[in-house]
Design a protein around this ligand. Structure first.
Ligand code: FAD
Length: 288
């Protein structure tokens, strides 16, 4: 099923992101965790590509396994900056063969020291165009409510985002954010710039405060004082931090739905217990 047909429905949707294993050693563990998350019956799941500790090699197989075993539609991430056109076409062939109908089209982070001169792809919009020409996939793209860290300024970031949507993105998924007003402000600016595709809000339940400070530093995501106080207070107590992180994410999700956002994507970090708790907390709100 195409993601666009899922998120265009009137009802609120909830989906989860997972990442593939880094090596063959933990393939089975990751496969089991992702199946357990799929068994919670989210509206769809996404599988990252070469990010979050996973490698590109396993994205199609983890995606196929989720879809075949549970019937939950899958969105496979695909990044282009480190690939040749040939490699991208092989990935597209593989995804099509495996019955994957949805791709999140990404540039990916430019590896340190890599010369930009001879790259086949410089920006995600080039990949998006190529996937559209290949045909048959529903295509999504990434967006950044607090602007992409490399962007000149927020106006330019929105201008380039519009180019990406015009190249073929049917929906956008946001970078995580911890203050919903940041998203509402971004949506206002995006709509004003003529970006009218559905935007899926990305929410991260923080259970590991050490990694979140590092990730937010890299991605340019701001941590509100209210959130920092929670981390300062409970960061050294894993069980308390997990409860507080899930509660914070739950509150964000409820506020998003209450303000008319219909699609929420939770960065599950491959943790079935966290995903289950979030679903339990909002079960009546997302009643099928
Ligand atoms: P782009 O849309 O190409 O934008 C990158 C930068 O270039 C921005 O600053 C933009 O303003 C600028 N820009 C865009 N077009 C132009 C232009 N025509 N001229 C000049 N400047 C331009 N990474 C992974 O490796 N694997 C994943 O699975 C993954 N999943 C992600 C999922 C989500 C929801 C998000 C938000 C990010 C994800 N990322 C992933 C990270 C992403 O790859 C990086 O943030 C990367 O640096 C940018 O990718 P992009 O697709 O947004 O790039």
């Amino acid at each position: 099923m195409k993601i666009i047909d899922i998120i265009k429905q009137e009802k609120p949707t909830l989906s989860f992101e997972v990442f593939p294993p880094k090596t063959s050693d933990n393939f089975e563990t990751v496969k089991t965790a992702t199946e357990q998350i799929a068994q919670l019956r989210p509206d769809f799941m996404s599988v990252t590509y070469g990010a979050g500790g996973g490698t590109s090699e396993y994205t199609p197989s983890i995606a196929q396994n989720i879809q075949q075993k549970t019937g939950v539609p899958v969105l496979a991430h695909l990044s282009c900056v480190s690939s040749t056109k040939d490699e991208i076409h092989k990935q597209l062939d593989s995804l099509r063969e495996k019955g994957i109908e949805n791709i999140l089209s990404l540039r990916g982070d430019i590896p340190k020291g890599m010369s930009k001169e001879h790259l086949d792809y410089h920006y995600a919009y080039e990949l998006t165009k190529e996937i559209r020409e290949y045909g048959g996939f529903c295509i999504g793209g990434a967006c950044y409510p607090e602007s992409h860290p490399e962007s000149e300024n927020s106006f330019k970031d929105i201008e380039y985002l519009k180019m990406k949507v015009d190249a073929g993105c049917e929906f956008l998924t946001t970078q995580m954010f911890f203050d919903n007003n940041v998203l509402y402000n971004f949506l206002y600016r995006a709509r004003k710039a003529g970006i009218n595709v559905p935007v899926v809000a990305g929410i991260m339940p923080v259970t590991n405060p050490k990694s979140i400070k590092r990730i937010c530093g890299i991605s340019g995501t701001a941590l509100p004082q209210r959130f920092i106080r929670i981390v300062d207070r409970y960061g050294d107590n894993p069980e308390a931090m997990k409860q507080a992180g899930i509660a914070y994410a739950t509150e964000q999700i409820i506020d998003l739905y209450a303000n008319g956002i219909r699609a929420v994507h939770v960065y599950s970090m491959n943790k079935p217990d966290v995903a289950a708790k979030i679903i339990e907390n909002i079960s009546a709100i997302i009643e099928k």
